[in-house]
Design a binder for this molecule. Structure first.
Ligand code: F0G
Length: 444
């Protein structure tokens, strides 16, 4: 307990460098060694851990948006904002943790819980990070923000930037963003720049532009984004009454979320909020799995980007994830694992999550497919307590879902379409507008 406030600074994650910078610096990488940066705190909690847990919970019933937000009600665990008037919020977080019996059975588990980040204001977990990222943009006096995106980041950034009256520039791979997401970025009035290339090309270009102009970069390389995403893990643990599950499972693309989870778990353990760390399992799509390759290699230092990532789970179609070093640290610290799953496995797992009445977008379903694989391999036990994060809403990518249920889902592989079976397809039935015919059909 302390009367003095916590302090925050930026710090290089490379152990032999660990250079620190003021939290007010507009920096995306260490000036000395080029390493990734993180927000490092000297935590001074104003009350005991027991009392803080009670405060976090009590704030959920508050009227004020800043109090109630599923990010800012944990603000003592991400204490980089001293003036609450600077906070930009859309009421993010406070997402449900569902039981999912059909999904559990499918994966070979006795029980499974799904934390649905698709229930956020713009329908994905990115809102947790954008409330902190855009708040930091306001604190720095930025007038324009930018990101590269496979869709959800752009939708979320566009919304939060609009709330804060900032100009939003989004760089997306042309033709590779699901319509739900593209429509959001357009509607929230972002300037949408479609690049002839993939996400990694867009990421490289926007990073260079942010270095050369005063446009503030809001990809997850920005450490303040990850501070908000920590709250997903914090809230999940709160919903488990601070008893860590054995496993937390999440999809991996650019690996910002995995990094944020690792940081949250390390800080919660150090501060005494949890007695035991959950293990992380990060799941990638087979066609975009450079982090899996790294994990599977004997030497965990040689990261090889993938030049042509390919998956219908477009959210995680990423070959050169910027945060791989932070994610690797998270895996090492939590005795975690990395798995990869096929297009067929993702598609079927998604339909099973739908049958639980929950639903999600393709990238999110990689979690259930990964759990099934890890359970079959004996890495996860049937009796383990497992929670998975569904990162995006079902409505983000309706094209994919309808194609699956009408047996039209196919993956283009080297110019050849490779069909994906609708193992759990729920085909619509077409009939004449005739009551008798329909009644006969319903009896069948
Ligand atoms: N799931 C969804 C629905 C996503 O949109 C993303 C990332 C991920 C998982 C992977 O998370 O990158 O933190 O490992 N989407 C980013 C975007 C890249 O631009 O919207 P990650």
């Amino acid at each position: 307990m302390s009367d003095t406030p916590s302090t925050a600074q930026l710090r290089c994650i490379e152990a032999q460098c660990a250079t620190t910078y003021a939290a007010s610096e507009r920096l995306y990488a260490c000036r000395r060694c080029g390493g990734l940066l993180e927000v490092a705190y000297d935590f001074r909690l104003p009350a005991s851990v027991v009392e803080m847990k009670a405060r976090f919970r009590a704030r959920r019933t508050a009227d004020a948006a800043i109090e109630r937000s599923g990010v800012w009600r944990f603000r003592e665990l991400l204490p980089f904002v001293s003036d609450p008037a600077q906070i930009v919020t859309l009421g993010e977080g406070n997402t449900p943790l569902y039981t999912a019996p059909r999904s559990a059975e499918y994966a070979g588990l006795q029980s499974l819980r799904l934390k649905h980040q698709g229930m956020n204001p713009t329908g994905s977990f990115k809102d947790n990070g954008m409330t902190t990222g855009v708040t930091q943009a306001v604190r720095l006096g930025a007038t324009a923000v930018a990101c590269a995106s496979t869709g959800n980041t752009s939708a979320s950034m566009a919304a939060y930037a609009a709330r804060a009256s900032l100009r939003a520039l989004v760089f997306i791979p042309a033709g590779q963003v699901a319509y739900g997401k593209l429509s959001q970025a357009l509607e929230y009035n972002a300037s949408v720049i479609e690049i002839d290339g993939n996400f990694d090309d867009a990421m490289r270009i926007v990073r260079e532009i942010a270095e050369e102009t005063d446009i503030y970069l809001l990809n997850s390389i920005n450490p303040f984004r990850l501070e908000g995403q920590k709250a997903i893990a914090i809230e999940l643990l709160e919903q488990c009454d601070w008893q860590s599950p054995d496993w937390i499972v999440l999809p991996g693309g650019n690996l910002g979320n995995s990094s944020a989870f690792g940081k949250a778990i390390a800080e919660l353990a150090a501060l005494g909020f949890i007695a035991r760390a959950p293990r992380l399992a990060i799941i990638q799509a087979e066609g975009a799995s450079p982090f899996y390759e790294l994990f599977a290699s004997p030497d965990h230092t040689l990261f090889q980007p993938q030049a042509q990532p390919a998956t219908l789970a477009t959210a995680i179609r990423i070959g050169n994830p910027v945060s791989w070093k932070k994610a690797l640290r998270a895996i090492e610290q939590t005795r975690g694992v990395v798995e990869r799953v096929s297009e067929q496995e993702i598609a079927d797992a998604k339909a099973v999550i739908g049958r639980d009445g929950i639903g999600c977008e393709p990238a999110s379903a990689a979690t259930l497919a990964g759990i099934k694989k890890l359970t079959a391999a004996g890495v996860i036990q049937a009796t383990d307590n497992v929670a998975a994060v569904l990162t995006g809403n079902l409505l983000k990518d309706p094209t994919y879902t309808v194609a699956y249920h009408t047996d039209k889902l196919a993956m283009d592989s080297a110019g050849e379409p490779r069909a994906i079976r609708g193992s759990f397809a729920n085909r619509p039935v077409r009939v004449a507008a005739d009551k008798q015919q329909i009644k006969r059909l319903l009896k069948a």
